[in-house]
Design a protein around this ligand. Sequence first.
Ligand SMILES: Nc1ncnc2c1ncn2[C@@H]1O[C@H](COP(=O)(O)OP(=O)(O)OP(=O)(O)O)[C@@H](O)[C@H]1O
Ligand SMILES: [Mg+2]
Ligand SMILES: [Zn+2]
Length: 331
Amino acid sequence: MAYDGKILGRVRQAIAEDKARNEAEAERRRTQLFAAVPELRDIEVRITRLMTGVVNSALRSGEDAGRAVAAARGECQALLARRGELLRAHGYEEDYLDELYTCPDCRDSGYIMGRPCACLDARYKLEAARELSSMLDTRGQSFESFKLEKYSDVYDPELKKSPREAMRAVFELCRDYAYSFGGDSPSLLFRGGTGLGKTFLSASIAQVVSSRGFSVVYDTAVSVFDAFESQKFDRGGERSEETDSKIKRYLGCELLILDDLGTEMTTSFTASALYRIINTRLLNGVQTIISTNLGTEEMQRRYTSQIVSRLEGGYMRLNFVGSDIRRSRPL
Ligand SMILES: Nc1ncnc2c1ncn2[C@@H]1O[C@H](COP(=O)(O)OP(=O)(O)OP(=O)(O)O)[C@@H](O)[C@H]1O
Ligand SMILES: [Mg+2]
Ligand SMILES: [Zn+2]
């Protein structure tokens, strides 16, 4: 499980809030019950005193220590039994005054012996899914709802097969890619006209890869380049910390999905930002999926030949074919 700093930060915050809420609730119960049943307060005072006594005699050590501890344990058990009795007599569960935890395993710290607790993992997954769906429409866009019937089954002489056959291969490759995604996976270049399912399959891959515990970031080229631009021209500005962390995620996450490349206003700045993304990520050995409507020539015209050669050399290209699904009648 690779944790994304931003998401992990939110999860730890939520765990800390739980902890604080539980502590406040435990305190409220104590205050309320101590007022109603003063003997409960006496019991607590005596237990605390016993505990300190045990610690002190343990520190002194020697033969007496063992005997003192045993005696204290006996007394403590008697006090706890009395406390349970009192609580039940007043209509409460015996553990009503115990410490409260949302996760007793890690006592709401999120970690057990320095390792992430299962509760932290579970929350992280939920938060990562929420983060993804805030960036792209993941509702109804999954491998399970992908419809091959959206692509024509009429033979296309140029493809030497029907669009449906061609897209079946693309679909299967994407699905296998998502379920076997790892450090050795290639990066992908989705190419093809508008409305052919590039974003749909990106969303499908993103959900599977993210649910398998990899850090996945989805964004459109326009907003990715925006971030690079404000990092450069708005340094020290109000939102520069946020921008820096965004860029760190773009460069460092295990799978970056850069959608709609070519819809931005292409300038030498966007070209160099794109180069930085592609190059840094190749060097870091992390994967990228880039979607674009642009063909090779148009790419060459807009970006540098360095970029195009890295894309052609390092990326697995998938051609999306067929006719615009947005314009097609519903099946
Ligand atoms: N195979 C499919 N089965 C069902 N719905 C699909 C399929 N492919 C695409 N769609 C739907 O068709 C619409 C267009 O698809 P999508 O957004 O993925 O196209 P795109 O290739 O990303 O287009 P663009 O280049 O304009 O971004 C979306 O509403 C999407 O949910
Ligand atoms: Mg799209
Ligand atoms: Zn836990």
